[in-house]
Design a protein around this ligand. Structure first.
Ligand SMILES: Cc1cc2nc3c(=O)[nH]c(=O)nc-3n(C[C@H](O)[C@H](O)[C@H](O)COP(=O)(O)O)c2cc1C
Length: 253
């Protein structure tokens, strides 16, 4: 399983082989009916314990869209894409459903965060695959976390609902594409047999950098996001605020 086999996807799976995030969209709308197909494909995703612990806020108001783009590192593709969703984990509706039948809400923050993010991500990725199968481009927007507390408040999200990322879906601007399909780190570093490896050797770690350093040295991106002073470290206090604000900050058990 761990040999680096170059995979040729059969036509039925071609959408996976051609995936790349799209950051240049024409402003045209999706073809009639396509949004419903994409949303229903999303809704067919599995859901833990049938909890449906997700909410998608479709942003159609151009002023709101512009404001969100500004809050999300000023990414122009958020403004241009035909569709933009703020993807949220959501245990608010589930709590209401439990209480509606007289039950006492018993779900705590850790489970809510983990399972809610899982449920929402399955829906989002189903939508991505459906959209790309229909020929559209997609791009997740993790930069929602740059101002997630402000975004949650401005969208009127109640306690138990938390944005996890945005999702652009739109008509690809052909002027910017020949599609560039980015590499992935070697399979042997991510898929294991029976047991996690005791250690990653220097050679194995280098193999990831070799695979990923196509246009530029991959550490430029890895360091900028994940090292001290990077994007992820800066998001941490914002997230902490947002988790408290949305009543999802884990309490001691
Ligand atoms: C959770 C998540 C958040 C992301 N956030 C952003 C973002 O804010 N802006 C952006 O342009 N791309 C974003 N991306 C896209 C990644 O940069 C992209 O998936 C990665 O570079 C791999 O490239 P590919 O999707 O073209 O294969 C995000 C992807 C994921 C899964």
């Amino acid at each position: 399983m761990n040999q680096p086999i170059p995979i040729q996807f059969p036509p039925s799976l071609a959408v996976f082989g051609s995936h790349r995030s799209v950051r240049f969209f024409r402003t045209d709308p999706l073809a009639p009916g396509d949004l419903d197909l994409i949303v229903e494909a999303g809704r067919r995703a599995p859901t833990d314990a049938q909890g449906h612990m997700y909410a998608f806020v479709r942003i159609t108001d151009r002023t709101v869209r512009d404001r969100l783009a500004t809050l999300c590192a000023n990414q122009q593709h958020i403004r241009d894409a035909a569709e933009f969703f703020v993807v949220c984990l959501d245990v608010h509706r589930l709590r209401r459903l439990v209480e509606h039948r007289g039950g006492e809400w018993g779900m705590r923050e850790r489970i809510a965060l983990l399972y809610g993010a899982t449920d929402a991500t399955m829906v989002a990725q189903n939508m991505v695959v459906a959209a790309e199968t229909l020929g559209y481009g997609t791009c997740y927007i993790g930069a929602v976390q740059n101002n997630v507390d402000v975004i949650a408040a401005e969208l009127g999200l109640p306690a138990g609902v938390l944005p996890i990322y945005g999702l652009c879906i739109g008509v690809i601007d052909p002027a910017h594409y020949p599609p560039v399909v980015k590499p992935r780190i070697p399979r042997a570093l991510c898929f294991f047999e029976n047991r996690y490896p005791a250690e990653f050797s220097a050679a194995e770690l280098e193999s990831a950098y070799t695979a990923m350093s196509v246009k530029r040295e991959w550490y430029e991106a890895v360091g900028a996001y994940f090292a001290v002073g990077g994007v992820m470290e800066k998001r941490e206090p914002v997230m902490a605020r947002a988790w408290r604000q949305q009543a999802l900050d884990p309490k001691p058990v």
